[in-house]
Design a protein. Structure first.
Length: 145
């Protein structure tokens, strides 16, 4: 009987102490935007591509920037809730946004909710090109610029 009474007292004491202690806050789930950047020509991953997060509501300066790893993967962490465009660029390639189909048009916006992890925001970058040469008239003399 003494053992049962001691156990009951210990339980009550533990419950009282636990109730008086502040509970540790539950950490909020981190918000991520993840994806992969590849070459549009052959699908090969592009290492060291720069990935930028832009506000879809108030265009301007980039909000976040990261780089891809050797497999072309990126991870933008702790993204606040909101609507964003994700853009990617690399030396020798054109800058494109996620979902962009043509030059000079916007891509698709990505909606982020609190604690949400969004994946597969993949972008295939096309190589940039340069036209070089000179303009001549029918006598093969240079025309003034």
């Amino acid at each position: 009987m003494k053992t049962a009474m001691l156990s009951a007292t210990a339980f009550c004491l533990t419950a009282t102490l636990a109730a008086g202690q502040p509970q540790a806050p539950v950490p909020e789930k981190q918000t991520h935007i993840r994806g992969r950047i590849v070459s549009a020509e052959n699908g090969q991953p592009l290492a060291r591509a720069r990935v930028t997060l832009l506000s879809a509501v108030t265009p301007g300066r980039p909000l976040m920037t990261t780089s891809t790893n050797s497999q072309g993967n990126y991870d933008l962490r702790d993204v606040p809730p909101g609507s964003y465009f994700v853009a990617a660029t690399r030396s020798g390639y054109l800058e494109l946004q996620y979902g962009q189909r043509r030059a000079r048009e916007r891509g698709l916006s990505v909606e982020v909710k609190q604690g949400e992890s969004i994946g597969r925001i993949d972008i295939a970058l096309a190589r940039g090109g340069v036209v070089a040469g000179r303009v001549v008239d029918e006598t093969a003399s240079r025309t003034p610029a």
